[in-house]
Design a protein around this ligand. Structure first.
Ligand code: SAH
Length: 509
């Protein structure tokens, strides 16, 4: 049985612009064959075990020639693999997808095409330029700007193009002076609005706008390079009113997100929705405790405890894993009362069919103690399954009220592999903000940083870039202990409040 190749449009850059069908193909493939222009974040959607093959093409530097790519796709399909051939934008819009499909067809191999959102439309859209608009253009042409200007006879119909409302050029940055000159030579008004959009639909988007006469000079002066789209026509003027993306409050801001991998997405997504370029450096990987004995012993004796107190969703997860491994289930908790340190921890309990008896309004130990105090907690046996490394306020205060508190390490947080290199690269490239959502993220970030780079980060932060945003006062204090200045701290200790406070900070600056 031979396999099948899905020629999938990856969209123009914003990973949210992948189609649902494209996402399904990615999720069920044996191999992904991808290009320079396909957002590498999308690879996370492929199964962990899927082969990932980069076939490149950055400017002129081809990692693999087209004939070789065709052979690779045929070989994978012939070997019975389901292949996701992920191509930037739409596979059939200047993407050589047609040639790949032909190679498969000629080899008698199965393929399907999953169209994508082409950059030819999406990059202008994110720059506030509708490619057609009743008020300005009733026809659109898409043109390759790649043609060698020294070729004696052009295959481009300049005569016709000079008369078309909107002309969109792909791959045309290098040839821009030639393109603009040709249009003017064939009768287009040199005052026609024209714009170039680089890395459209991504937080790195850069737009230059002028006229046919001025754009080549602007592009040269700014050193704008591929990949960029050039749009010519009166629709470009609508950008003044419609440039929505570049006006988002965090547009173009480089923000470091430091959270455990599984938890990072909500913060990252919220920031990206406001236009930020999010650099995720997972600083915590969750691992089982070095010694699993205390937890398993406590689980064997669960009926002895009056109270179980959870201080993080990770703690809940680790506890229930150990419960399962001990061959027990939630019924072992029948007699115990449950407390959760904050809404996320309470939600982790709810997900397991358990309602917390006490939940703190804030994410902090002090908040939970206030809530527990109302219960007049004394003379109770309390189990506290939590991180191996954690603050002592909670057990100490509970013990001071006359309770018997047993603290058991339920999990350990470790620096994940690859994060140190990613952090160093992010600092080299420059950051506008660093976010901290728990004291542990501060400790772990600092631990990832080579000692000699710490003063560098602290000095840069003191000078105002990157700013530090901390979710609450304890986290902020931890950051200050390292010499960092905390410029952003929301009134409420929640992720949406943190995102809003960051947006507010940059809107005001
Ligand atoms: N099949 C792709 C086009 C491939 S040709 C599509 O449908 O979008 C490569 C050219 O696409 C680049 O030279 C550039 O002109 C354009 N391009 C692709 N992604 C882009 C982006 N995010 N911003 C601007 N131009 C882009």
């Amino acid at each position: 049985m031979s396999g099948k190749v899905y020629l999938v449009g990856a969209g123009p850059g914003d990973p949210g612009l992948l189609t649902l069908k494209g996402a399904r193909c990615l999720a069920s493939c044996d191999a992904v064959v991808y290009d320079f222009l396909a957002n590498p974040e999308l690879l996370d959607l492929a199964p962990e075990g899927a082969e990932r093959i980069y076939v490149g093409k950055k400017g002129g530097a081809h990692t693999m020639g087209q004939a070789e790519i065709n052979r690779l796709l045929c070989a994978l399909a012939a070997a019975g693999k389901t292949v996701c051939r992920l191509k930037g934008g739409d596979p059939f819009v200047f993407g050589r997808g047609g040639e790949e499909a032909s190679a498969l067809a000629q080899a008698g191999l199965a393929f399907e095409v999953v169209p994508g959102v082409t950059s030819a439309i999406a990059a202008p859209a994110y720059a506030g330029i509708p490619v057609s608009d009743r008020r300005a253009a009733t026809e659109v042409a898409f043109v390759t700007g790649h043609e060698d200007p020294h070729k004696p006879s052009s295959t481009i119909n300049w005569e016709a193009l000079a008369r078309i409302g909107t002309v969109v050029f792909l791959m045309g940055v290098k040839n821009l002076p030639h393109i603009c000159a040709k249009l003017v030579e064939h009768g287009r008004d040199p005052a026609t609005p024209a714009a170039a959009v680089r890395w459209g639909t991504t937080p790195a988007q850069q737009t230059l706008s002028g006229t046919l006469a001025t754009l080549p000079g602007l592009v040269a002066a700014a050193g704008l390079k591929a990949p960029a789209i050039t749009i010519v026509g009166p629709v470009v003027a609508l950008r003044e009113e419609l440039a929505w993306y570049e006006r988002l409050p965090l547009f173009g801001r480089r923000v470091l997100v430091t959270r455990a991998r599984e938890q990072a997405s909500r913060l990252s997504q919220g920031l990206a929705e406001l236009g930020a370029q999010v650099i995720e450096v997972p600083t915590i990987a969750i691992a089982p405790p070095e010694d699993p004995k205390p937890l398993s012993t406590a689980i064997a004796l669960l009926e002895d405890f009056h109270w179980l107190i959870f201080t993080s969703p990770n703690g809940v997860e680790a506890f229930f894993r150990a419960l399962r491994e001990a061959g027990r289930d939630v019924r072992a908790l029948c007699a115990a009362k449950l407390a959760a340190i904050g809404p996320a921890t309470a939600a982790a309990l709810t997900a397991r069919g358990l309602a917390a008896d006490v939940t703190a309004a804030t994410f902090q130990a002090e908040g939970l103690l206030d809530a527990l105090q109302e219960q007049g907690l004394t003379g109770q046996r309390i189990l506290l399954p939590r991180a191996a490394e954690a603050r002592e306020v909670l057990p100490e205060t509970l013990a001071s009220w006359g309770n018997l508190v047993q603290v058991v390490p339920a999990y350990r947080s470790l620096p994940p592999a690859g994060s140190a290199a990613k952090l160093a690269r992010a600092l080299d490239e420059g950051l506008d903000a660093v976010t901290f959502t728990a004291s542990s993220t501060v400790h772990n970030l600092m631990a990832l940083l080579p000692l000699k780079r710490r003063p560098e980060l602290i000095a840069a932060n003191q000078a105002g870039r990157p700013i530090v945003a901390a979710i609450g006062p304890i986290t902020a204090d931890t950051a200050r202990e390292y010499g960092l200045k905390v410029q952003v701290q929301p009134a409420q200790f929640t992720l949406p409040a943190l995102i809003a406070a960051l947006a507010g900070h940059f809107a005001a600056s």
